[in-house]
Ligand binder design. Structure first.
Ligand code: 0X9
Ligand code: CA
Ligand code: ZN
Length: 323
């Protein structure tokens, strides 16, 4: 379980229970599906939020994912915050109402439940990052999910081939079941040859950053990223960062990564995908800020999330180009 000072965070069981309570309370606008299982067999969930939630309407879709990295527990709280906010304010807050009336929102609140539970299982944090998949021929456990996505996998010294490393990319692209499950889910949102998901945020901690692709190269443009596409990413990224006080930059400015989710979502699926690195910027316990910060640091991203949702019908509008 979480140690003293952290009991406001949700364990996997507590998060599941809270989600089930919300689904029972708001069945018209919130539905839950199990999109697959983790290596150890835990359910990986996708929550859908929309008016007429049981119908697949022709509306722009937006994806929020959290907890690729086990120790980044604040990101699960971010997902739960969004679930609570977008359900409880429907019909009361005009912005939230309009968004749910015209968008289909997907939230995958926990991409790495095995790692998250392992991190807290002893009652003191283990600083675990990867999943809990064993590695053939090694006693070292785990793949870094955010180096395992099937786009430019292992291309560019942005990951490790050593199972003992924190950024171990796995033996092959999408070798981690958790990455397979979410990749398959994202691909399933291609309807009539068109990817319905237009924008995404993958939540991490920490450093207070808004990051956009690509991570595998320092080039702002090049194959797979036109000038207009780059400008759209940067303009919207800076706009969102102005609302939460994070620092906006291309993800490779932090460091080179290959096989990260945002590079796959953009490079393979052409989804405007951002990575948010949440609180703290530094200090405050790093990956382990006390539960007293949860309310403030999740609500801090409300405006950025609403703006992304409002922009999702035509993301290019932010640079003045429709369609
Ligand atoms: O290294 C990572 O995966 C992220 N930092 S973390 O401390 N949460 O592990 C940063 C990823 C930045 N690169 C991309 N988003 N592509
Ligand atoms: Ca709908
Ligand atoms: Zn992370």
């Amino acid at each position: 379980d979480f140690p003293p000072g952290y009991t406001g965070y949700h364990t996997y069981a507590e998060a599941t229970k809270e989600i089930d309570t919300l689904v029972a309370k708001y069945p018209a606008i919130l539905s839950k599906q199990v999109i697959g299982r983790s290596h150890e067999g835990r359910d990986i969930l996708a929550l859908k939020l929309s008016k007429n939630v049981t119908k697949d309407e022709n509306e722009p879709e937006v994806l929020f994912t959290a907890h690729q990295h086990a120790r980044e527990h604040l990101t699960v709280e971010m997902a739960l915050y969004l679930l609570n906010e977008l359900t409880s304010k429907y019909g009361a807050d005009p912005r939230v109402t309009k968004i749910l009336d015209s968008r289909e929102i997907w939230i995958v609140p926990d991409l790495n439940p095995d790692g998250g539970e392992y991190d807290i299982a002893s009652g003191s944090f283990r600083s675990w990052r990867k999943n809990r998949q064993p590695n053939a021929g090694s006693s070292e456990v785990g793949t870094d999910l955010n180096r395992n996505w099937d786009f430019k996998w292992g291309c560019c010294n942005g990951s490790s081939d050593d199972p003992g490393d924190e950024t171990y990319r796995g033996p092959s692209p999408a070798s981690a079941p958790e990455v397979q499950v979410v990749s398959k889910f994202v691909r399933s949102r291609v309807v009539g040859g068109v990817q319905q998901i237009k924008a995404a945020i993958d939540f991490h901690t920490y450093s207070e950053l808004v990051l956009w692709p690509f991570g595998f190269t320092n080039d702002p443009t090049g194959p797979g990223m036109t000038q207009d596409e780059h400008d759209t990413f940067a303009t919207l990224g800076k706009k969102m960062a102005a609302t939460n006080g994070y620092t906006p930059e291309q993800s490779s400015e932090l460091y080179i990564t290959d096989g990260a989710i945002d590079d796959w979502l953009w490079g393979d699926q052409k989804i405007f995908a951002y990575t948010f690195e949440m609180f703290p910027s530094s200090g405050h316990g790093g990956f382990y800020p006390k539960d007293s910060v949860i309310a403030k640091e999740t609500a801090r991203n409300r405006e950025a999330v609403l703006q992304l949702l409002e922009t999702a019908d035509c993301v290019y509008r932010v640079i003045g180009k429709e369609g």
